[in-house]
Design a protein around this ligand. Structure first.
Ligand SMILES: [Fe+2]
Length: 199
């Protein structure tokens, strides 16, 4: 078991060497709903629709003044560590939230994206030689590709979510060595609608 505070291990097996970096980055409300330009507008919109993440009530940022401050501190500290890796060493970045907003495009409730990451990491998959960006949180297990980088949503999900899917529940996903020909490219098991889930 490794935490985001540990040295990043290097995978030396097939497909390596690859540095594996667990990230703890949070969110900062920058994935705003369409038409909103500030956190306040976004939250007002979300309260109007009734779709408000429990994190608003349960996730306390102490000792940081706000969750955005905590997120920014985590992003800055992590960015420094990733920048210190050898410039020719590929990476797997594993985080709770996607580093780019595109996986949230298929949410049933788009306003929920505010609690799904930060725009501060939008170029990390290009900057840090990422072979796979691993995340969960959305509970829409699938693979998407952005700028030729694989984004793997590996959540296991809840039993109530398994019932709506044709795939067997709770399967671990192999990240290294990279799955080739697994047939899940762009697949979105259990997804209620397809809206450009690959780009
Ligand atoms: Fe989550």
């Amino acid at each position: 078991m490794l935490t985001p505070e540990d040295p990043y291990p290097v995978w030396d097996g097939p497909g390596g060497p690859v540095a594996v970096a667990p990230l703890f980055l949070l969110y900062d409300y920058s994935f705003l709903p369409a038409g909103c330009t500030t956190k306040e507008e976004g939250l007002a919109h979300a309260h109007g629709t009734g779709i408000v993440c429990n994190d608003e009530y349960l996730l306390h940022p102490d000792p940081y003044p706000t969750r955005e401050d905590w997120c920014r501190a985590r992003v800055a500290a992590t960015e420094r560590r990733l920048a210190a890796l050898p410039g020719d060493l590929p990476t797997v970045l594993a985080a709770h939230y996607p580093l780019d907003r595109h996986p949230t495009d298929v949410l049933w409730h788009p306003e929920f994206a505010m609690w799904c990451g930060t725009a501060l990491t939008a170029d990390w998959h290009r900057r840090f030689r990422v072979t796979t960006m691993v995340y969960g949180h959305l509970h829409i297990p699938r693979t998407t590709w952005l700028d030729s980088v694989r984004f793997a949503e590996v959540s296991v999900g809840y039993p109530r979510e398994w019932r709506t899917r044709t795939e067997p529940p709770g399967r671990p996903r192999r990240i290294l060595p990279m799955e080739v020909g697994s047939g899940d490219r762009g697949a979105a098991p259990g997804l209620g609608r397809g809206r450009g889930d690959v780009r």
